[in-house]
Design a protein around this ligand. Structure first.
Ligand SMILES: Nc1ncnc2c1ncn2[C@@H]1O[C@H](COP(=O)(O)OP(=O)(O)OP(=O)(O)O)[C@@H](O)[C@H]1O
Ligand code: SF4
Ligand SMILES: [Mg+2]
Length: 315
């Protein structure tokens, strides 16, 4: 499989606050592959996605490093460009309340597929049906507030598909939904991936979601990737103390093994007051003197597994 997306030494800063939100991360994604991004709140998962989609908020700037998205030709017409689509955590507030679902889908179909009038309407109906919206024809006339959160997430996915993306970025797509709706949306994403061959970046706090969808995963902490590996290796054999601690926080629903989750002591440091050395060292049970001096560089555990830690836990 060819490389679809290459991120090299990406740095994203907020110059007005003199902070680095993303600090030198690198990864590759092949066509059809799924990357899971995990980490505590504020570690930079969403900003990584926004940087890739070229949607960074005002005041947040991509200052260093390269993001290469396959054969992207800035002068090509929108219909010919390989595209990136994004879906968000809270679908209802991500949709414009003054436009109907039909307007929302058809304007994107016009831009990305050059479809107009009845052709755009028919394709919008087909997309809504594909994502499991019953009575799709009537759905075109509805406003977002008339749909449930789960239905609006399906609309967001239909909208993403209207752009025929080669890469879909899903930032916490199921966090705001109840468990049955979560399972349906995950199943839909799996089906669409298989059908379209698109690559996926999925952000989730829920390691179960990452285990289910991702081929590989990266753990982020304070804007850095601390460990990256094929998903089975990362979840079964994590070596970074932070990744191990995150997995230790997961509640078990296995009645044979109802060990209580173990919280990570302390809190994520503020980006304007990062500790010297490894950013995790004030919270790490394995820390020694060197950990508080210089940030550890990424080193290979094996060919596809890297870790930034002086004392990875291999057991
Ligand atoms: N518009 C902004 N201006 C300045 N800093 C911001 C802005 N948006 C986010 N940040 C900061 O950037 C850092 C990374 O935020 P980001 O939203 O990427 O975190 P996250 O990992 O997605 O967290 P969560 O799991 O809560 O969604 C945080 O410290 C956050 O406070
Ligand atoms: S480098 Fe040191 S402080 Fe950081 S995670 Fe590894 S052992 Fe812990
Ligand atoms: Mg986020």
């Amino acid at each position: 499989m060819s490389t679809l997306l290459s991120v090299r030494d990406l740095v994203v800063e907020v110059p007005a606050q003199n902070i680095k939100i993303i600090d030198g991360i690198s990864f590759d994604l092949k066509a059809g592959e799924t990357l899971g991004l995990v980490g505590e709140s504020g570690c930079g998962k969403s900003m990584t996605c926004y940087a890739i989609a070229n949607m960074l908020p005002k005041g947040v700037v991509h200052t260093q490093g390269k993001i290469d998205f396959c054969n992207h030709n800035a002068t090509a017409p929108a219909t010919a460009k390989p595209s990136i689509a994004m879906i968000f955590q809270d679908p209802t507030s991500s949709l414009n309340p003054v436009h109907t679902i039909g307007y929302y889908l058809q304007s994107t179909l016009a831009r990305h597929q050059n479809l107009k009038g009845n052709d755009a309407r028919m394709e919008a109906i087909r997309l809504l049906e594909r994502v499991g919206i019953n009575q799709a024809k009537q759905g075109l006339k509805a406003y977002p507030h008339q749909f449930s959160g789960g239905m609006n997430q399906r609309v967001m996915i239909a909208h993403a598909l209207a752009a025929k993306p080669q890469l879909l970025i899903a930032d916490e797509p199921t966090t705001a939904l109840d468990v049955t709706m979560q399972a349906q949306i995950l199943h839909l994403l799996e089906e669409l991936k298989a059908e379209t061959g698109m690559a996926l970046i999925i952000v989730s706090h829920d390691l179960g979601v990452i285990a289910r969808l991702a081929d590989k995963a990266a753990v982020m902490y304070c804007g850095k990737i601390t460990e990256a590996a094929p998903v089975a290796d990362l979840l079964k054999k994590p070596v970074h103390p932070y990744a191990r601690a995150l997995i230790g926080c997961m509640p078990s629903i296995n009645p044979e093994n109802l060990e209580p989750p173990v919280p990570i002591p302390g809190a994520v440091p503020m980006l304007n007051d990062l500790p010297d050395g490894c950013y995790f060292h004030p919270r790490c049970a394995h820390a020694r003197d060197v950990c508080g001096q210089v940030f550890p560089s990424p080193t290979p555990v094996n060919h596809a597994h890297t870790v930034s830690c002086y004392y990875p836990v291999v057991s």
